[in-house]
Design a protein around this ligand. Structure first.
Ligand code: ADP
Ligand code: MG
Length: 461
């Protein structure tokens, strides 16, 4: 005979197995691990959860779903209550194997980070971006659902899909996850991920090399074409014209197209009307800044994926201190995890505050012109030299550092930076950014200088 406790354990175990199939690995690890059924009375199930946050999330976001799953197993279930329980979860023990798997997955992930991993050269997809590690909250729910719908009905669900939102909010992650999922379901599917900048470059090259037909054919054969950061088509009339034809060809064959942009189509300046109307002809969804709960969820899931458990107090502190975007959340978390690994000890809340303070980047309170002035003052050069065509070494490096800082700390776009520096091409800016990124790794002198400049900028605000 099963005891009542075993019966409850089994009921929850079966339910979790079902739930695990339906939610992403990250969401499962965040919300369902360390939960258990404490009691069942008159059809009311009492689920024990580790903290108030999980309680709120499960009861607002997952309640209906959980009831549905439980009813399938045990039809007399009427409702579910969630209570915070410090009782060591029986499932904890049974989850040891899972934990081991998670640790293995986490170490695989950190390995991937180091080698900057294998990118599918044909589709240009980065396997790091999947739905499995994509956290869904109210800030990105709509975009996520549209993405999932597309993977199930390529070319017919929402076509084109246009996703817009600020920097670091997960547009590229979502778009690539769609591509990876489509590839996973059908190896034969012809998928292509490309940034609008790369498309432009390809097009310009095809004109220069007099190979327009190769270009035309290449882009017309895809089942799924993903174009990221479409705002950079702005004012590029020839590229827009070419892309218009590519769009029509693909769309005409009922193949899927997905765009992202940092703003809605209406707000992209210098965009041909006929292209704008194409962008607007399907589904438009936005990704917002994640609210506190979602930031917390992201931090929790990401630290667990890395095999590190941080105290709730610490997670809450990071989530309240960093609200801008997910990339910054990740950056903060990585520096904290880095410290933990280096020191080999548990960090206190104060340690964490110190780390975050040190890593804080100057906010936009400093204007672009001020930043340029700081850099010039630092190197004792005149500002006008930075905008001239000179390739003198004492000017080139400061110019590249200014470009680097504008991109890295201020999230300015490459074309914007190019304009700022006397109408330079965005590829020059990309080159500068990459060069300084490299030098920062190899040259102590440059690293010190950039640090000092950052300190000057930071102290000025
Ligand atoms: P964008 O393209 O909007 O600038 P990215 O897709 O590059 O933003 O996201 C920035 C970082 O944040 C990436 O490392 C990405 O994996 C991570 N990220 C963004 N959204 C999510 C999410 N919903 N869940 C998990 N990680 C995310
Ligand atoms: Mg992006």
């Amino acid at each position: 005979m099963e005891t009542a406790n075993e019966e409850l354990d089994n009921l929850w175990k079966t339910a979790l197995a079902e739930i695990e199939l339906e939610v992403s690995r990250a969401n499962f690890a965040t919300w369902f691990q360390n939960t258990l059924i404490l009691d069942k009375e008159d059809g009311v199930i009492i689920v024990g959860v580790p903290n108030g946050f999980t309680k709120e999330w499960l009861s607002t976001k997952y309640n209906k779903f959980i009831i549905k799953v439980l009813r399938k197993i045990s039809p007399e279930v009427k409702s579910v209550d969630y209570v915070i329980s410090s009782q060591p979860s029986a499932l904890l023990k049974k989850n040891k194997k899972r934990e081991a798997e998670d640790v293995a997955a986490a170490s695989k992930e950190s390995q991937m980070e180091i080698t900057e991993i294998y990118i599918d050269p044909e589709a240009n997809l980065n396997p790091r971006y999947t739905f499995d590690n994509f956290i869904v909250g109210s800030f990105n729910e709509l975009a996520y659902s549209a993405g999932i719908a597309i993977t199930k009905n390529l070319g017919t669900a929402y076509n084109p899909l246009f996703v817009y939102g600020g920097v670091g909010l997960g547009k590229t992650h979502l778009l690539q996850a769609i591509g990876n999922e489509v590839k996973k379901n059908n190896r034969e599917a012809k998928v292509q991920y490309i940034t609008s900048e790369k498309f432009t470059l390809d097009f310009v090259n095809s004109v220069q090399n007099n190979t327009p037909n190769i270009f035309k054919e290449k882009y017309r054969k895809y089942d799924l074409l993903i174009v990221d950061d479409i705002q950079f088509f702005s004012r590029k009339e020839k590229t827009q014209e070419e892309f218009f034809h590519v769009f029509n060809a693909i769309y005409g064959k009922n193949k899927q197209i997905i765009f992202s942009s940092d703003r809605p189509p209406k707000q992209i300046e210098g965009l041909e009307e006929r292209l704008r109307s194409r962008f607007e002809s399907g589904m438009i969804v936005d990704i917002n800044q994640p609210e506190f709960e979602s930031r917390l969820a992201i931090l929790k899931a990401k630290s667990e994926l890395k095999g590190i458990t941080l105290e709730m107090e610490i997670l809450e502190y990071i989530a309240s201190a960093i609200s801008e975007n997910i990339r910054e959340l990740e950056g903060a978390l990585n520096s904290i995890i880095g410290q933990i690994k280096m020191m080999g000890k548990v960090l206190t809340l104060n340690d964490v505050k110190e780390i975050l303070k040190k890593n804080a980047k100057p906010k936009k309170i400093v204007s672009v012109n001020q930043l340029i002035k700081f850099v010039c003052d630092f190197y004792s050069i005149e500002e006008r030299h930075l905008f001239e065509k000179t390739r003198r070494k004492d000017v080139v490096i400061p110019r590249q550092i200014a470009m680097y800082l504008l991109r890295e700390d201020f999230n300015s776009s490459y074309p914007f930076i190019g304009q700022k520096f006397g109408g330079k091409d965005h590829t020059t800016v990309i080159h500068a950014y990459e060069k300084i990124s490299l030098l920062l790794k190899s040259e102590g002198k440059i690293r010190d200088e950039v640090e000092q400049i950052r300190k000057i900028i930071y102290d000025s605000v």
